[in-house]
Design a protein around this ligand. Structure first.
Ligand SMILES: Cc1cc2nc3c(=O)[nH]c(=O)nc-3n(C[C@H](O)[C@H](O)[C@H](O)COP(=O)(O)OP(=O)(O)OC[C@H]3O[C@@H](n4cnc5c(N)ncnc54)[C@H](O)[C@@H]3O)c2cc1C
Length: 437
């Protein structure tokens, strides 16, 4: 069984025969230390490039092919897994940013590959459009979010990947390729590809008519959460909760809680539903009952780093799986205090999508940076394997190639596309090669 090291630092130019005279044809840094948001992944690539144009991306990929250097793309660096590490060329796409077009009739938007999610809100709203859903933050790049299956919560709402309708990318042959709905096989591979098909230059997403949201925050006991489980999932556009195993749990995620309330065993529960608002009179910024445009309601804070693992179980097993993890914390890991976040995602068709063909309950747990949380995360992994859990590609997980073969019925379809797009593995690193090589 092939395993993948998820906690390492990649040394500069590891395993590559660098010709000292060959340098990228675009401005670059050499041996610049890169670290992800959470601080648990780092690398020192031979070259870090920040292309500003499509041509600079193409030129860099062609240079890499010629010199035998691997390339990895980085968006906002918000993944907890070693997805972007490389000893070759790290391509920071943050300079390739901005909305490039909207089609209000078809409800579509196009944006450059490095555009942050936060940059979609205002321009879409001006066209009467909005992203159909968003996650806990809006700092990620759109390509990073798509590439890992990033999602919000709502049983009728799919992930960012599921909204991808077209992508323009540079593949491992150094060619620009456009994949739309007329190339469904390749589109389903591109919908979650971990950067292994090439560099996304521009993407087109399905969006929806603009909408306002009404927030309702409550603090139920577990018995109350359990009693209204099915109705809450079905009746709310967005339903999610953060269950607190201890009194100090809420502050670890900076969750506002009612004064004097004991949070042990309670949840910080979010319900967001569409509401018609007159913006002149109806906007409310009151914590716990905000009313505002959708894109102003979704994103939260998360300033204090944590190390997160997130697994996905079929929706019909959601409650049992959550209760098994609660029991594990109480009986075996009472020192683990981070809230458990529980969300829902609608099924989709992406070959590597963790939501492929199954409506999903999302369970995430976190460890404190600087502590040995590995026994806890491994035990959660073991418990959730009983439910055929898949994992968030961008959060800590213990997936192996053997496990992927069991969990992803379309894995071979994905691998076929990956090998066509990048037969020489230009866009692989050790982590992705072990899983998808
Ligand atoms: C505080 C915090 C909150 C989070 N909240 C959520 C949440 O609510 N829901 C959720 O599902 N996840 C969440 N995540 C996880 C996060 O959304 C994913 O890890 C996401 O991939 C990060 O986007 P990024 O732009 O930082 O991508 P990176 O981490 O930089 O890259 C992720 C992958 O995308 C690839 N990539 C990036 N740009 C390109 C490109 N232009 N072309 C091709 N490949 C590319 C990279 O090579 C890599 O494989 C959260 C993470 C943090 C740290």
């Amino acid at each position: 069984m092939t395993t993948t090291d998820i906690s390492g630092t990649v040394p500069a130019t590891a395993g590559h025969n660098l010709n000292a005279l060959a340098v990228p044809p675009v401005p670059f840094d050499t041996h610049h230390l890169w670290t992800n948001w959470a601080g648990n992944q780092s690398a020192t690539p031979a070259f870090t490039v920040r292309p500003r144009t499509e041509q600079e991306v193409v030129d860099t990929v062609r240079f890499a092919i010629k010199e035998g250097l691997p390339v990895r793309a980085v968006g906002a660096g918000h993944s907890f897994t070693p997805l972007v590490q490389t000893g070759g060329i790290l391509m920071d796409l943050s300079g390739l940013s901005g909305i490039t077009g909207t089609d209000p009739a078809l409800r579509r938007v196009r944006a450059k590959g490095g555009t942050p999610i936060s940059a979609f809100g205002d321009p879409l709203w001006e066209q009467g459009l909005a992203l159909s859903n968003q996650g806990d933050i809006d700092k990620q790049s759109i390509s990073g979010a798509i590439s890992t299956g990033t999602h919000g919560s709502g049983i009728e709402l799919g992930s960012f990947s599921s909204s991808l309708r077209w992508v323009r990318l540079v593949n491992g042959h150094g060619e620009i390729v456009e994949i739309g709905e007329d190339r469904l096989h390749e589109l389903r591979a591109a919908q979650v590809a971990l950067g292994t098909l090439g560099i996304f230059l521009e993407v087109e997403l399905q969006v929806v008519d603009s909408y306002h949201l009404q927030e309702r925050i409550t603090y139920p006991t577990w018995e109350e959460t359990s009693a209204t489980w099915d109705a809450d999932i079905a009746d709310n556009r967005h339903y999610s909760f953060l269950w607190c195993p201890g009194e100090d749990s809420a502050e670890l995620y900076e969750l506002p809680t009612p004064a004097g309330e004991r949070m042990t065993g309670r949840s910080y529960t979010k319900r967001y539903n569409s509401v018609k608002l007159n913006e002149a009179t109806d906007i409310s910024l009151e914590e716990g009952s905000r009313r505002d445009r959708s894109y102003r309601i979704y994103p939260g804070g998360f300033m204090i780093p944590f190390h997160e693992m997130e697994y996905y179980v079929p929706v019909e097993h959601g409650k049992e799986a959550v209760e098994r993890v609660q029991d594990l914390i109480r009986t075996t890991h009472p020192d683990q205090k981070y809230p458990m976040e529980v969300r829902w995602v609608k099924q989709d068709e992406g070959y590597l999508s963790p939501f492929a063909k199954r409506d999903t309950t999302v369970i995430s747990v976190s460890g404190a940076p600087g502590t040995n949380y590995w026994p806890y995360l491994r035990d959660v992994d073991a418990v959730l394997q009983d439910f055929d859990a898949r994992a968030h590609w961008g959060k800590i997980h213990f997936m192996t190639r053997a496990r992927l073969e069991k969990l992803y019925p379309e894995l071979d379809s994905f691998l076929q596309v990956r090998r066509e797009f990048d037969p020489n593995g230009v866009f692989l690193n050790d982590h992705t090669r072990a899983l998808l090589g």
